[in-house]
Design a protein around this ligand. Sequence first.
Ligand SMILES: Cc1cc2nc3c(=O)[nH]c(=O)nc-3n(C[C@H](O)[C@H](O)[C@H](O)COP(=O)(O)O)c2cc1C
Length: 208
Amino acid sequence: MLSSHMQWRYATKKFDPSAKVSEAELQELLLNVQLAPTSYGLQPFKVIDVRTPELRAQIREAAIGQPQITEGSHLLVFAVCTDLDSAAVAQYIDLAAITRGLSRETLAPRETHIQGAVNKLLPSERILWSQKQAYLAMGVLVSAAAQMQIDICPMEGFDRTQVDRILGLTEQGLASTVFAVIGHRAADDPAAGLAKVRKSADQLFLTL
Ligand SMILES: Cc1cc2nc3c(=O)[nH]c(=O)nc-3n(C[C@H](O)[C@H](O)[C@H](O)COP(=O)(O)O)c2cc1C
């Protein structure tokens, strides 16, 4: 049952710093992020694998000292593109044309449609919309990690402005949105044995 993987996983509070995720496992996880669906397929975010210990130490400070940031095997920072504009849509259409062997003319109506949807949003709404796409990809990552018996802690308990400064994201047209720390749980993580607190199916699901 797929749900047994989701029962196994939990938001890991204490990682074993010596238990590393292999490069092959990391690439498999990232492939799942790459394959995650996004609205119109625009993928308006980047995922930054922060490997520099000094940067991770600074980010930990900007994340109310949460130890996962430095103790997990990898820190992945999901950062949204702040410049989602006509050029970004055109780039996507270029890629779609090449990938599917289509002429750009064939894709012109789709480009017009996507441009219309993006252009009607205020800059702040575009960022919010991009964040939704990043969170969805995070959800895919959480599920993939569980299936691979890799632990993960999704995190948004950090100061975005500070993290953007530490990683120099603003200059690159990016804004930090959510983190995923991946690794393996410490044998004595007290959070590992906690019962899941979840609404009942009756509370959560409706049939109309
Ligand atoms: C978007 C998001 C942000 C979260 N941020 C943090 C965080 O900053 N620190 C933390 O320890 N847990 C964080 N969590 C973990 C949640 O508290 C946890 O997923 C929730 O309580 C359900 O528990 P479980 O995942 O262990 O089943 C976050 C989870 C999500 C999905």
